[in-house]
Design a protein. Structure first.
Length: 196
């Protein structure tokens, strides 16, 4: 993340996203594929790192091999194979977008980090080794089980998340960069989808 000064002189926290150029690599139709969608490729890749079948796929579209592919079902206007989308052609400053990504994986975590429990603490009746324990599980011999959905330790992060209504603060078309206000899911360098 970084920050820039807005028109009113306020400091705005921003995330910098490289968003283009993206190339149309395939147009799916109802007759051939059973649904309508546009497949878009991003970031060039060498031929030696691309399988033969994918080389043929990109050759058919007349584009160089791409590292990331994504399909979008909602699109407007005429789209042709090999068409290029740039940052300034897709986005305008001041509009709101949704950013979809995969959050940082944090592995197996306890209840204090995962759910914000306070822990038992050091002050109660000489408890030992219980500082970050979840405490009582609740019900007794009647249900004789732990109810589903109880907040317990477990896998944290590495989940698909959508952050909505992020404002586009600035567009840098020379570098294909877009600055959105606030944070987005994922680690530095991860792939995200920007949806209008």
């Amino acid at each position: 993340m970084t920050s820039i000064y807005g028109a009113a002189g306020k400091l705005i926290p921003c995330t910098v996203i490289e968003a283009g150029p993206c190339v149309v690599t395939q147009i799916r139709t109802k007759d051939k594929d059973g649904y309508e969608a546009v497949q878009i490729g991003f970031q060039d890749k060498k031929d030696k790192h691309t399988t033969k079948s994918m080389q043929g796929h990109f050759k058919k579209a007349g584009v160089t091999p791409k590292r990331h592919l994504a399909e979008f079902h909602d699109y407007e206007g005429e789209i042709s194979l090999g068409q290029t989308f740039t940052v300034d052609s897709m986005f305008t400053e001041g509009e709101n977008v949704d950013v979809i990504g995969t959050t940082k994986g944090k592995g197996f975590q306890g209840v204090v980090k995962r759910h914000g429990f306070g822990g038992v603490g050091e002050s109660t009746h000489g408890q030992h080794n219980r500082l970050r324990a979840p405490g009582s599980m609740g019900a007794s011999s009647d249900p004789s089980r732990v109810f589903p959905g109880k907040r317990l330790p477990g896998h944290m992060g590495d989940a698909r998340r959508t952050i909505g209504n992020l404002q586009v603060v600035k567009i840098l078309p020379e570098e294909n960069l877009i600055l959105v206000k606030g944070a987005i899911p994922g680690f530095n360098g991860s792939t995200v989808y920007i949806v209008k």
